[in-house]
Design a protein around this ligand. Structure first.
Ligand SMILES: [Zn+2]
Ligand SMILES: [Zn+2]
Length: 289
């Protein structure tokens, strides 16, 4: 938790940086093996703010319970693919009666936030059912317009992804953070959708921080078209066009080992002059702004 008056306006920590499925093999431990989960701590904010509940939310929940200070908070879930919700039943604060958890997600074809999230808490899938969660839980089906909360605001646009998926924009402390872990950009040379790209560029215009899908390389992309993910080179190009200041590339493919990602991190230096910072998201590391 950051205190009001701190020179640091935001502490950002990745608790999960992988797409699809956790991959906790030794060759992935530098960048991390958990699926999508990000914690944003803005100065002076006494409620926790979490993006997605992939497997990384399990250790985050342990940390919050051990720290014992923040008993209230928000989880903004982009969409209900497994790698963004599979950690939810293991988030300790939902079992703590002194906790208030507000969970936000856009409407899905199969139902609203509550229906979709508690749908996995049935005896077929898991021994704990929704009525056994002791915390006070509010399930919020999020609408795209700007909503103001205690110390921050959130809006979203829909990503290019097979299901309704939010690209969240969070504003607080004079900083704009955009979170787009699952979003398909179609490269220009493959006749991409220019309207969507322009809309996204406008949404990301001059953002302080963009966290974007980088699941593929440009070489891999043509065989994975319409799977809902981007090549890191194209995500970088889009971010530079939008004037994004600090870019984090995330949702690493489970097959991208530390060795692959370390090589990619070197390649990123070619783009460094177009950003204040550009890096691959790494689990467990704090980034201060
Ligand atoms: Zn995903
Ligand atoms: Zn997805």
């Amino acid at each position: 938790m950051l205190h009001a008056g701190s020179k640091t306006r935001l502490k950002l920590r990745f608790w999960g940086v992988r797409g699809s499925i956790p991959c906790p093999e030794p060759e992935n431990m530098l960048y991390g093996g958990n699926t999508s989960c990000v914690q944003l701590c803005f100065a002076g904010q006494d409620e926790y703010l979490i993006l997605d509940s992939g497997s990384g939310i399990r250790p985050l929940g342990v940390y919050l319970e051990e720290e014992g200070i923040q008993k209230k908070g928000h989880i903004f879930i982009t969409h209900a693919h497994w790698d963004h919700i599979q950690g939810f039943p293991f988030f300790k604060p939902i079992y703590d009666a002194s906790n208030v958890v507000r969970i936000h997600m856009p409407e899905q074809e199969s139902g609203d936030c509550k229906q979709v999230l508690t749908g996995q808490l049935t005896p077929t899938h898991f021994p704990v059912t929704a009525d056994m969660l002791n915390a006070h839980i509010d399930y919020v089906t999020q609408s795209p317009g700007r909503q103001d909360y205690n110390g921050f605001s959130v809006s979203f646009m829909l990503a290019n992804h097979p299901v309704a998926t939010a690209i969240y924009k969070i504003e607080s402390q004079g900083l704009t953070v955009i979170y787009a872990p699952d979003n398909e950009l179609v490269p220009e040379h493959l006749a991409g959708n220019r309207d969507f790209r322009n809309q996204l560029i406008a949404f990301c215009r001059d953002a302080d921080i963009l966290i974007h899908d980088s699941n593929y390389t440009l070489e891999m992309y043509p065989n994975r078209r319409n799977w809902g993910h981007s090549a890191w080179e194209d995500a970088t190009e889009m971010a530079a066009e939008a004037g994004v200041k600090n870019l984090f590339l995330t949702h690493h493919d489970p097959t991208a080992t530390d060795s692959v990602l370390s090589d990619r991190a070197i390649q990123l230096s070619e783009y460094a002059h177009r950003f204040v910072s550009i890096q691959l998201a790494r689990e467990g590391k704090d980034y201060l702004f």
